[in-house]
Each structure stands twice: as C-alpha cells, then as structure tokens.
Design a protein. Structure first.
Length: 293
C-alpha cells in the first residue's frame, strides 16, 4: 500500500490540517506505526475529518476518501492520555491504516501500550494518472506498468508472492479483525497471572496490571505478554499467534456467545509453553505460535 496524499483536517476547518506522511510503501503490518513526522507547533488542534488518497499495489488501483471522524471520542482519548501521564502530557499520535479494497482505519495512540480504534471506513475507487500520482515522468503505459509490477516483489517474500498468486487478496480480512469475543487469559493450576499485555489483530493494544484481568469483550489477540512466577522468580513470556489459526479457533468456540478462555501453561525454556482455547463444551490446542522473552 502507498499513501499518495493525506491530511487530518482540524475541527472547524475546511482545508487546514496536519499532513499524513506519504510516498513509501507500507509494509509494517496492521496497526503498526511505520512513518511518523514531527512538524509544526507543539500543540495542535485535533481533527474531525480525514482526506486521503492511496494506491493498492496488489490491485493496481487508486482510492480516495473524505471522512468525518468522531471528534468527541478523539478528544476524550487525548484527555485520558494527559491524565495517565500526570505532569508530563504525552506526545499524542493519530495513526491511519489503509488496506486493499479501500479499507481505511484510524487509531489514537495514547501510550506505547494503548492503541484505540476510532474509525473504520471505506474509500472509493478513483482513476488517477500514475505519472502525476507518483511524481515520476513515465514515458508511456508500459513504463508505468513496469514500475507498478516491480513494487510487490520488492517488499514481499517469494512465499508471500506465491500465496498472493494462489489465493488472491483476502478482501474482508480487515473487517474480520474487528470481531469481538467474550474471553480472558488464564494460567494452568499452580501459576498466578501478575501482568498481561494485549496486542490485537485489529491494531488495538491494551494492558492490565491486575492479578486477574477478568472476563471481557475483546478483539482476537495477535500477541499476548504475560508475567508469572516460576521457581520464586518473575518470568515474562511473549506469545505471538498465527492470525489465521487463532481467529478460526475463536470463531469456532464463540457459538451461542459462550465465554472463552485462552489458557497458557508456562514452561521453561519459554519455547515449550503450551497454549489452548476452550469454552464449557470444547477445547482447541493451538500449535502455530511462538513463545519467547
């Protein structure tokens, strides 16, 4: 994906706002910051609109959208960030994500451990002149297509290219990321969960310092960091899931809205940790995950 031009427009304005970094190919992953510019005054108005034009390499398609943003929610989150930081207000961030099919998402980054989605929208297909859009003096259509075709092999592995050719673009995947389920992380008998940090498939992040984070409605986790005590010593485990395996497991277990438990059996060395999902009727052992410090 490539942002051609974008701007967060300040509340009460029609054009004035803060530009979104453009140009580079976005490959960091969903909900991951990759391009930030620090510019202008230290304190700026918050936006209530987003105007963005972007290009999807896999589709060879330009998109444009102008969206109304939930200003009150954005304002409340920035205020929350100030309250959490005490005397030192944080450097707040607003992040935009784009995906094939014209998907546009906006997150507010409150802290390094707290990302909150505030907008999910759909841009429209537009026809733009590639030479003007990319600011490159192409001589003809063939040169334009050569430039477009070489982008994907530059950023995707051979395996990823093969998967794209075989299975196509997973349209709808980014909306599926947003499904929430009633679940909580737990440890096997003999272990206490003293800290947990969540990194979700939908790009949000959250943390909980309570001894028991409790049952809650949440997105599907992409990564979970847990802290527990083994042999009288605190140990941290960072468990990263295969997004398709864990998403499929949540969908299978969520029938009739049954509460789901994501259970970890801490072990040393860390890569021998066991993980499973279960409800009151069924259990699914997870296999495609990594566990490390």
């Amino acid at each position: 994906m490539k942002i051609i031009q974008g701007e967060f427009i300040y509340k009460g304005e029609t054009e004035r706002g803060l530009y979104i970094p453009s140009g580079g190919t976005l490959i960091a992953g969903w909900g991951r910051p990759i391009s930030s510019h620090v510019t202008g005054e230290k304190y700026k108005p918050l936006p209530d609109k987003l105007d963005i034009t972007f290009f999807s390499n896999a589709e060879n398609q330009f998109y444009h959208g102008k969206f109304e943003l939930p200003y009150d929610k954005i304002l409340a989150l920035f205020k929350k960030g100030v309250q959490m930081s005490g005397e030192h207000p944080p450097f707040g961030r607003i992040m935009v994500g784009i995906a094939p099919g014209g998907v546009v998402v906006v997150w507010v980054i409150i802290t390094a451990e707290m990302y909150v989605e505030v907008f999910f929208g759909q841009a429209e297909k537009v026809d733009l002149n590639p030479s003007a859009a990319f600011a490159l003096p192409f001589k003809d259509k063939a040169q334009e297509q050569w430039y477009i075709d070489k982008q994907l092999p530059n950023v995707l592995s051979p395996e990823e290219m093969d998967d794209l050719k075989t299975n196509g673009i997973p349209f709808g995947l980014w909306a599926r990321y947003r499904n929430h389920y009633t679940w909580e992380p737990v440890l096997t008998e003999g272990f206490s969960l003293t800290y947990v940090d969540f990194d979700y498939l939908n790009g949000e992040r959250d943390s909980d310092n309570d001894e028991n984070s409790g049952m809650a409605v949440r997105p599907v986790p992409k990564e979970v960091a847990i802290k527990t005590v083994i042999n009288n010593q605190e140990r941290i485990f960072i468990i990263t899931f295969d997004e398709f395996e864990i998403q499929d497991a949540f969908e299978k277990l969520a029938i009739d809205n049954r509460p789901i438990y994501l259970e970890f059996e801490p072990r040393l060395p860390r890569d021998t940790l066991k993980a499973r999902l279960y409800n009151d009727k069924q259990s699914i052992e997870l296999k495609k995950y990594t566990s490390k410090k």
